[in-house]
Design a protein. Structure first.
Lengths: 83, 432
């Protein structure tokens, strides 16, 4: 899977877990997840949805270190390669 | 300036019923005797003897119009339907659900549930837990399954800052929620209350009743005839689902806002028969039921003969005849002056925790619309009810109704009675 493919997939995962309240959300590689209003509960669901989408298991300690979407793309890429 | 006792009026309603979504479609369905009972292939696959049920259709599509996916995945079906009905009621009352609105400290919420989040518990929580996959439950399981799920979601949707709670009194829950909201306003603890009840459509909700052998199992081939309250051939109730919500408001507030007023709650009562003297977990103590009726009538300050219509609990079990007899003994009016009586469940089945709310909305719509809906499937009237045959409408009637009494019962020998009255500005509320 390409980095672009992982990025597009994760964008869908994050969009599914974000309340929009009518706003459009811009998800760029350097977007910080905290700045999107993703709290600890939503991070759990993003982790599980990403696991389902890419067929991987993400250690919660590794996920806790994720700040930006790029960090998450890289983490998923590494795990997908190892799977 | 001297103020009399507060009056509580209904200024908004929302309904997601087995036979209609929305007030106008629901009123039309009631007026035309439209059944919401349908064959359920899933129940047949699961080996239920009862393979019919009454549940709203197309709920997923409706829900997608009301809520973002991120919110939908955090709600059990009973909560989704409750929130749809409550949002409809809120807007109907002239308010908007703005996520940026300030907290409304003067409004409370009381919602009733019967089986609550049984669907999510059985379909997701139990199976994942039992298979060692607790980690896979996701973050929403608590808010989906906690007893207060509905009132908690609604307080966030509407920005409500008064008392917000959920009541669980089985099939009387929707009615008890209305009564609790009524009291909240009467006592000055709130200006408005969002009240109602809901129940999910799920085999997990209905399975216990199937096991109890109280569901109709002999009409799978003709679903519209399956719910037969008051009938000699009634053979159990048709399980149902849905949600109803009402906005109760002090008359002062409604007048100040220039709100439309559907009707007034003139009086109400809730009690329990104590599971004595014939009362059990599943059957009513007649004295308890009659006391409940009398207390509500007394609070309303009306004479029994002023009741134009009884909207019965009437589920299509052997208890129907007892219920009508309890009304007869409680009201103590000559049979020729006994009120009309009809059974909403003949159209919408038994929506359990939603029943009191959906059927109260039906009561109010009949007052507001000047009609009495038919009681379906009771052409073969129960032999113990022949005395009141002229009082049971088989066709819709045009009738100006001033007072409608709504009864509700629940497992645990719980009773509710609500007296709805046509709103009249001149009417004064009598001191109880």
């Amino acid at each position: 899977m390409t980095q672009e493919g992982i990025y597009e997939g994760l964008k869908k995962v994050i969009e599914r877990n974000l309340p929009r309240n009518g706003r459009s959300i811009s998800l760029l590689m350097d977007t910080n997840l905290d700045q999107l209003g993703i709290d600890s509960a939503r991070r759990i669901d993003i982790l599980l949805d990403a696991e389902d989408m890419f067929g991987i298991v993400i250690e919660e300690s590794a996920f806790a270190a994720v700040s930006t979407l790029r960090d998450l793309v890289n983490l998923v890429g590494e795990l997908a390669l190892a799977a | 300036m001297k103020h009399g006792p507060r009056r509580v009026v209904i200024t908004g309603m929302g309904v997601l019923a087995p036979n209609a979504h929305g007030l106008a479609p629901f009123a039309n369905a009631l007026r035309n005797g439209v059944s919401g009972v349908r064959f359920q292939s899933r129940l047949a696959e699961l080996g239920f003897c009862c393979q019919v049920a009454a549940a709203p259709t197309g709920v997923d599509a409706v829900a997608e119009r009301y809520f973002e996916p991120v919110m939908l995945r955090r709600m059990d079906p009973h909560c989704t339907m409750a929130c749809i009905a409550a949002l409809d009621a809120w807007v109907d009352a002239g308010f908007s659900a703005d996520p940026e609105s300030p907290v409304d400290w003067d409004t409370g919420i009381v919602f009733g549930l019967g089986m609550g989040a049984m669907h999510s518990v059985a379909a997701t929580l139990a199976s994942n837990t039992d298979s060692g996959k607790v980690r896979r439950l996701g973050s929403a399981m608590v808010e989906k399954t906690m007893g207060s799920a509905v009132s908690a979601q609604l307080s966030g949707l509407l920005g409500v800052g008064g008392q917000t709670s959920t009541v669980g009194s089985a099939c009387a829950a929707g009615s008890e929620a209305i009564i609790n909201g009524f009291r909240m306003i009467l006592e000055g603890r709130a200006t408005r209350a969002v009240v109602g009840g809901s129940e999910a459509d799920s085999p997990y909700v209905w399975a216990g009743f199937e096991a109890l052998r109280v569901l109709c199992a002999n009409r799978n081939g003709s679903p519209e005839t399956a719910s037969r309250p008051l009938s000699a051939s009634a053979a159990g109730f048709v399980p149902g689902a849905g949600a109803g919500a009402l906005i109760l408001e002090s008359l002062e507030s409604a007048r100040r806002r220039g709100a439309k007023i559907y009707a007034e709650i003139a009086g109400a009562a809730v009690n329990c028969g104590g599971q004595r003297n014939g009362g059990t977990m599943t059957a009513g103590n007649f004295e308890g039921r009659q006391r409940c009726i009398c207390a509500a009538v007394a609070e309303a300050g009306i004479r029994p003969e002023e009741i134009d219509l009884i909207s019965g609990h009437l589920t299509a079990t052997m208890a129907d005849a007892f219920e009508v007899q309890n009304w007869r003994e409680a009201l103590q009016v000559p049979d020729e002056h006994f009120p009309l009586i009809n059974a909403p469940k003949s159209m919408i089945g038994h929506t359990l925790g939603a029943a009191g709310a959906i059927e109260s909305i039906a009561s109010v719509l009949q007052i507001h619309g000047g009609f009495v809906h038919p009681s379906l499937n009771c052409e073969d009237l129960h032999p113990q009810l022949l005395w009141c045959e002229p009082k049971i409408p088989h066709e819709s009637l045009r009738r100006d109704l001033n007072v409608v009494a709504k009864s509700g019962f629940g497992f645990g020998d719980v009773n509710t009675t609500i007296i709805f009255r046509r709103y009249s500005p001149e009417q004064e509320r009598k001191q109880p």
